[in-house]
Design a protein around this ligand. Structure first.
Ligand SMILES: [Fe+2]
Length: 329
């Protein structure tokens, strides 16, 4: 079930060397792509070409073991994403961004994690039971990343900094859900309004006109999926639609599988083919907690035409490739 690849030691070393050189110039993960010359060295990109390509839609993910394992320890896990020491993380973050850029356009959101490009996913006091990445004691329910927005990521990259208790990420794909024709027909209808999740600072979203969104769409020989029941409202009382939506949830649960992540591992998720989640865990809050880095990538693919009419709740993207001054420390 798991699509997993290992990376040779030479490639790991070359990645560290390239990223450390850029970090020594004062660049950060968030600023490196504003320098048009910054990219993976070509010989390294060629060596990694087999693993740095989008997963097939039917698979929905690719795990690249140990790609980032050669970096020095970035220090204790912060208690909040805002407390991340970005200088100390610079080389790792730069490597992550350069790898992400091989997949497409790297971006962030102005209202999420202060518009940063490299997101830090750590458990935070006060967020334990929420449905966001900084939760812990509650299971993180199935979701498409940023499902509320028409320009959401096509690909999502997660990198493990540390994970001492082996807290698994979970994945499930629409292709393995085994939906019948009748359910698919219902779920192609734009009957679900999905709101921004609580990691966004804008709290005016609920007041906006709800937009009907399709849960499934036809996509080059497979189905696309847009699903985030924790932040969704069904816009119809049609029992057949509601039953189909319920069956989808159960089918995703039944077809789910865990992705064990160790320090340095990368998982690339096709955000149109797979939903992701996380099991519950007890946070330590002592600097040793699970710590992931997240990067969003856009490499436009087929989505329902009507999505282009959506307001996206006014959420705007931050383009990592330019339009912002190069920040130096
Ligand atoms: Fe997520």
């Amino acid at each position: 079930m798991l699509d997993s690849h290992d990376v040779d030691v030479e490639s790991r070393r070359a990645l560290v060397t390239a990223a450390e050189e850029l970090a020594a110039d004062g660049l950060l993960g968030d600023s490196v792509l504003a320098d048009p010359a910054a990219r993976l060295p070509e010989p390294l990109a060629e060596r990694l070409a087999d693993v740095l390509r989008p997963p097939a839609p039917g698979v929905g993910h690719r795990v690249v073991r140990g790609l980032f394992a050669g970096f020095t320890d970035p220090g204790p896990t912060p208690l909040h994403w805002r407390e991340t020491d970005r200088e100390r993380c610079a080389a790792l973050d730069i490597a992550l961004v350069l790898v992400a850029a091989r997949f497409g356009r790297v971006f962030g959101w102005t209202d999420q994690q202060d518009g940063r490009i490299v997101h830090n996913i750590v458990p935070s006091p006060g967020c334990e039971a929420m449905q966001i990445g900084s939760s812990s004691t509650t299971e993180l329910a199935w979701h498409t990343e940023d499902a509320f927005h028409p320009d959401r990521a096509d690909l999502l990259l997660l990198v493990c900094v540390r994970n001492p208790d082996g807290i698994g990420s979970r994945l499930s794909t629409v292709s393995s859900a085994g939906l019948d024709e009748r359910d698919i027909r219902h779920l192609l209808r734009p009957e679900v309004a999905i709101l921004p999740d609580d990691s966004y600072e804008d709290d005016t979203a609920a007041a906006r006109e709800p937009v009907g969104m399709a849960t499934l769409w036809e996509r080059e020989g497979s189905l696309g999926l847009r699903y985030d029941p924790s932040y969704s409202r069904l816009l119809t009382d049609d029992e057949e639609f509601r039953d189909a939506y319920g069956r989808l949830g159960r089918a995703l649960e039944a077809g789910s599988f865990g992705v064990p992540l160790a320090p340095g591992d990368l998982v690339v998720i096709d955000n149109d083919a797979a939903v992701h989640g996380r099991t519950a865990f007890r946070p330590r809050y002592d600097g040793t907690d699970r710590w992931l880095k997240r990067i969003l990538v856009r490499s436009p693919r087929q989505r329902p035409a009507r999505e282009s009419l959506e307001h996206g709740y006014g959420q705007r993207q931050v383009d990592a490739h330019g339009g912002r001054p190069v920040l130096r420390v």
